[in-house]
Design a protein around this ligand. Sequence first.
Ligand code: 2BA
Length: 107
Amino acid sequence: MKLVLSIVNHDDAGDVIKALAKNGFSSTRLATTGGFLMAGNVTLLVGVEEHLVEQVIGLIKEYCHSRKQIMPTNSEISYGYFPSAPIEVTVGGATIFVLDVEQVERF
Ligand code: 2BA
C-alpha cells in the first residue's frame, strides 16, 4: 500500500476531495501552512493500493492549478522596518509525495 501525501491550494482542495470520493478514494484533509509564504494550504492524505497511485495523482492534477502570488517583503534597518518591492512567487498546483506504507490497522 502507498500513502499519497499532497499539498494543494486551499481553493482547489474541495474539488479534489469531491473528485476523489466520486472515484472511490477516501481522503483526510489537514489544515497546513507553507513555510515560505506562511500562508494556509491543505495537505491531503490518501491511502491506496500501488496500482491506483497514478489514478489519484491524475485526479489531483486535474483539479489543482498553479497560481502567481505576490509576497510582500520588508527590510530591517536600525530604526525599524520599511517596505521594499514585493516579489512574485509561482505556487505550484500541488506538491505530491508518495510513501510506502508498512502496515494499516483499522479498529
Ligand atoms: P510555501 O513553503 O509557502 O511555498 C510557496 C511557494 O513559494 C513555493 O511553491 C515556491 O514557488 C516558493 N518558494 C518556496 N520556498 C522558496 C524559497 N526558499 N525561495 C524562493 N521561493 C520559494 P511550491 O513549490 O509549489 O510549494 C507549495 C507549498 O508546498 C509550499 O508552500 C510548502 O507548503 C509545500 N512544499 C513544497 N515543497 C515542499 C517540500 N520539499 N517539503 C515539504 N513541503 C513542501
